[in-house]
Design a protein around this ligand. Sequence first.
Ligand code: GLU
Length: 442
Amino acid sequence: MTVVTRFAPSPTGRLHVGNIRTALHNWLLARRHGGTFLLRIDDTDAARSREEHVVAIRADLAWLGLDTDAEQRQSARFAIYEAAFARLIAQGRVYRCYETQAELDLRRKVLLSRGLPPIYDRAALALTEADHAARAAAGEAPHWRFLLDHDTPIAWNDGIRGAQAFDPRQMSDPVVRRADGTWLYMLPSVIDDVEMGVTDVLRGEDHVSNTATQVQMFTALGAAVPRFAHAALLTGAEGKLSKRLGSLGVADMREAGIEPQAIIALLARLGTADPVDATLDPADLAAAFDLSRFGRAPARFDEAELDRINAGVIHRLPFAAVADRLPQGMDEVAWLAIRPNLDRVAQAADWWQVITGPIVAPATDTETRNYLDAAAGIAATLDWSTDPWSALTAALKEATGRKGKDLFAPLRRALTGMDHGPDMKALLPLIGREAALRRLAG
Ligand code: GLU
């Protein structure tokens, strides 16, 4: 069977780490099985949906490398929802209600005060056609609830949580349509999943109770229930996802110099016991994606870990992947030389400045000055076409008897103005003969 998954964001804001993770899980599962990954824009709520968010969601997914096979928009599918809804009316699986929010709140309070679960009492089921006609004549429009089948226990084998069971008698019939005719999330999502042939629904644990009611909606629509899996929610390093981390978006991370591969590599493994590697190609992550690796404990999202993986990714990024973000003139040889010293690509500019100069010459004492003069003398006689650093340091060792730090550190400081940095063997040819001689001469 082919696998069809979907990512269904509501375009009411930017993507944040939590829903990026959901998108990723669905992408990984689809790619793992050579299936289809759909983007479904859940924009039934016209008041809260914004086109700019749709555009941003697409851009964020593209930047992350999560390619979609097709895009659907719920706002373009109202006719399909009407048709399915008409079938549910004909089957008596949806019914009209008129309770106001205040009435419902009051009933809930009464039930709770008696120690009873606050389940909707289905009072509206007792209304006759004459009652409905009277309401309509009074200008009152109904909202609609889905009639749960109390005689069919709800159960599914969750891809992450294992066997799940819910008693429909302990649940309220969910409101699926408002009095003004607008849709709540629950039913259109099921109609879409049926119509788009979605085989696997992967989402956060906060949707488990939705799944319980949606399972019966699939059946009512005469469709097979897809496989469901609910991932444990993310928490921050301190056990709770802070407001800041929770709203951390692609744009924030991108501006902070985080590479998409780092985000993908971390989020693909969070919640599993598998190690997080700085994987460059998400296809490799897809090949290893396995729901059974996920645990039920909350997954810790740690920014320090993201930074570590980000550095690992940068140390492996090929020149072609970063060329358009490097300073003018910086070539592949230079990139490969400085790459191991970066934890942000933007830092390449600092090292490029060190290479091309000018640098601030460090202060030197007389002994060091003499040593550097000797170095300048030798450097002038060297063959610069192959490994001048090794030749220079070997000759200086011979001439001065210096070794280790005494041999290397003054040279690095004079040549780069820094005490640390990329391998001098790679750096010196980039600095070049002319500049190196000048810098050694002080
Ligand atoms: N639009 C819903 C949400 O963002 C989709 C949930 C789902 O069915 O995956 O929560």
